[in-house]
Every structure is written in C-alpha cells, then in structure tokens.
Design a protein around this ligand. Structure first.
Ligand code: UD1
Length: 384
C-alpha cells in the first residue's frame, strides 16, 4: 500500500507505481498494490490534475481529510488510515516525502505491526520549526526500509543510529519523473502556459516574456508568507527592484494567495505590469517554465532539486535546506538567501549574470523507482 496526501507526493509516487508493474511482469510475480490518498490537497489544480498528467491510477481509497490545523490533519488521517489498514492488512506501507500524510500513516502502520518503507529518507534541515522536519524525523525513526536520495542523507541516518541494513542509497525519485516528462514539457508553448493559467484578468502578447527573459517565483512556507514583517518587504523588493530586469512569473499557492489578501498586499500584486500571477500549474507546465527561466526564486524543496538537474540558477528563500547537494558550494545550482532583503538583493543581481549549469548528483539517473521496488521485493522474500 502506498500513501499520498499533498502535491509534492504525486511526482514521487508516479514512478514507484509504474515500477511495480514492470517488476511484477519481468519477474512473473503478482504484487497487489493499493493507493491511498489522504486528501490533504484536494483542489483540482493541487491534486487531480497531477494524477491525469502523470498517469497515476485513481486512488483506491481517498480519506478526504482536507485542510485544518496540523493536529486535525494528523489526527483525522490516523483515525481513517487505521480503519483502512484493518480492512486491507498490507505487507508494506510505502510513504514518500515529508508531509503530514507521511507522518500520520507511518505511525499508524507501525502501531499495527505493518512494515514501513520511506522514500526520500534521511533529509535533515536541522530546523525544528519546520513541520516537515518533525515529519521526517519520526517517519525515519519508525521505518524498516529507508530509501535515501544521496549519500549525505544516508550519513544523517547513520549518525542518528539507524542500522546499516535498513539504509539504501537509491537516488532521487523526483528525477525519475523529470526524466520521463522533460521531452513533453519542452514542447509546451510559454505563451499558452501563461494565457491559459492567468490568476485573473488578461495579458497582451507584448507583455509575455521570452525564454531567459523571466524569473519564476514560488512561495508557500509559513515562515515566508504568514508574517507581515517578512512577506511585505519581500513583495516590495520583488515589485520595485527584481521586476526591473526580468518579468516575474508567480504560480501562486493557495496559502500565499490567502495571505496576500489578509495582509492587504493583493491589490499591489495584481496591478503590477511586470508581475504575472498564475494559478497553481501542472507538472509539465511548471517544468517548462523552469527550463526557460533565467532565475528561480523559491522556498520549495522539489524545485531546488529540479533546478540542480536543469541548471537553473536558484535563490532558495530559506535559511537552511534539507537538500544540501543542490547548493552551489556542492556543485548544484542554488544558494540560500533566507528572507533578508539585503541578502536576497545581493544574490539576485549577482545571479542575473550567471548561466545555466546543469549538474547531476550520483544516482539521479531516472532509475530510482526500479531500485526501490527490487529492494522491497527482495527484503519481503527474506522475511517469509
Ligand atoms: C503542504 C506540506 C508541505 C508541502 C506543501 C506543498 C505539510 C506539513 N506541509 O503544505 O510540506 O511543501 O504541501 O504544497 O504537510 N489549500 C487549498 N487547496 C488545497 C490544499 C490546501 O486551498 O487543495 C489551502 C488551505 O487554505 C490550507 C492551505 O492551503 O489551509 C495550506 O494547505 P496545507 O495542506 O495545510 O499545507 P501546505 O502549505 O500546502
């Protein structure tokens, strides 16, 4: 049984489910797979759209948890997931990433003596104010198989006392999805992506930027959008300085949209000639935007990794990252700029002069899911 809940889970589960089919037919064995969606993300653009474009089968079970406080999301997920486990009794529960679904379902699986495999294990930001860091720590502590995307993550687990036989360095499953979809994405027209997804109003063709003539912005972390003293100066910098050199394209997360309205920044943002506000985009559309961007400004984890492989210079609007292999100092494309405007300004203008430099950490080769299913199947054989 595998579990998804929120947007960044979908691109991780797609290759995993595909690899179950390939592995079963190659090895002539039957693996029954059940997909559970906790329903943490439920808007069409945040969820359903990814199922169709990444060809993920419809979830067998949807817990329909929806939005709420962390306690509500975790608690309702646990209650509903326990019933699912009682009914289905899977041999394995496979969880991905670090969202609330990952934590809730791994805890309940272990409480019911079901084995847990965590894909994307061992990432550590060291920042306990991030809900995701707590989700990662608990999930990894409980998991029977820990699939790490890089050697630094394997090392993190070892330092915490995880035994070696549980840790498997398999590479980054996000990159399986990138490799499988980059050709399709590169064929998309920038003009169409923009005109089809405008968050409001219309745009004249003269205002649509060309490749290399725009920056992409994404923001959704509470640490950036929840506090006025952080969000307002950031918006001011983007509108009055960053947008002078490049058009800014901002596919907007529901949390950021809500906060712009609450903090009375919405009117400022929608009336700016060099800022294009878009609805949340699909996977291919976002990948296409990334491929043509001069700069990425983001607080997302997945985008840091995609920028690394595509070479897009990336300003990570955070003070720490659980993905240090993506940093420039380690050969990647991103630099941590936090939310200090001085620092963002300095790096932004420096980065304007940089060129695209792709780099590929070890085993980010598009075959991670194949390695994962083989390890699960082999360890299952040992158990029986
Ligand atoms: C969650 C994940 C985060 C991930 C992010 C990607 C956790 C702790 N956080 O954060 O790691 O990077 O997803 O998006 O699991 N909303 C909608 N429609 C939806 C879903 C949410 O409008 O389909 C709105 C709701 O107002 C909600 C807010 O967005 O309150 C935040 O959603 P939530 O699921 O609580 O967390 P994210 O910030 O999306």
């Amino acid at each position: 049984m595998s579990v998804v809940g929120a947007r960044p889970n979908f691109m991780k589960i797609a290759p995993f489910i595909r690899s179950i089919k390939t592995y079963s037919s190659r090895n002539d064995i039957e693996i029954k797979h059940i997909l559970v969606h906790t329903g943490q993300h439920y808007d069409i653009r945040m969820s359903e759209a990814f199922f169709s474009e990444l060809e993920i089968p419809d979830p067998d079970i949807n817990l329909e948890i929806g939005s709420g406080s962390h306690a509500e999301q975790l608690g309702y997920t646990m209650i509903a997931f326990e019933k699912v486990l009682a009914e289905e009794m899977p041999d394995w529960v496979v969880v991905v990433g670090d969202v609330n679904a990952t934590l809730a379902c791994s805890v309940i699986a272990k409480r019911n003596n079901i084995k847990v495999c965590h894909i994307e294990a061992g990432l550590r930001s060291g920042d306990m104010s991030m809900p995701e860091e707590i989700n990662r720590l608990v999930t990894d502590r409980l998991s029977d198989l820990l699939m790490t995307p890089d050697l630094l993550s394997s090392e993190n687990l070892r330092k915490e006392g995880t035994s070696d036989e549980k840790i498997h360095f398999v590479g980054n499953i996000m990159i399986d999805t990138l490799e499988a979809n980059k050709q399709k994405a590169s064929g998309l027209s920038l003009d169409k992506i923009i005109t089809n997804n405008l968050a409001l109003g219309s745009i004249s063709s003269g205002n649509i930027p060309k490749d290399n003539g725009y920056a992409v912005l994404t923001l959704h972390r509470p640490s950036n959008v929840d506090k006025e003293e952080v969000f307002a100066p950031l918006i001011e910098f983007l509108l009055t300085e960053a947008s002078k050199d490049l058009t800014l394209i901002w596919p907007i997360h529901p949390r950021a949209r809500k906060q712009l309205k609450t903090l009375h920044l919405w009117d400022r943002v929608i009336n700016h000639p060099s800022l294009i506000l878009l609805e949340p985009l699909g996977y291919h559309e976002m990948l296409r935007l990334n491929m043509g961007a001069k700069i990425m400004l983001t607080d997302s984890g997945g985008l840091q990794e995609e920028c690394c492989v595509l070479g897009t210079p990336c300003l990570t609007l955070r003070w720490n990252t659980e993905r240090p292999v993506t940093l420039r100092e380690n050969g990647g494309a991103s630099v941590l700029v936090g939310n200090n405007i001085e620092r963002i300004r300095k790096e932004y203008f420096h980065t304007l002069n940089l060129n695209r430099e792709p780099s590929r950490p070890e085993l980010w080769d598009g075959h991670t899911a194949e390695r994962i299913i083989r390890i699960i199947a082999e360890s299952n054989r040992e158990v029986f």
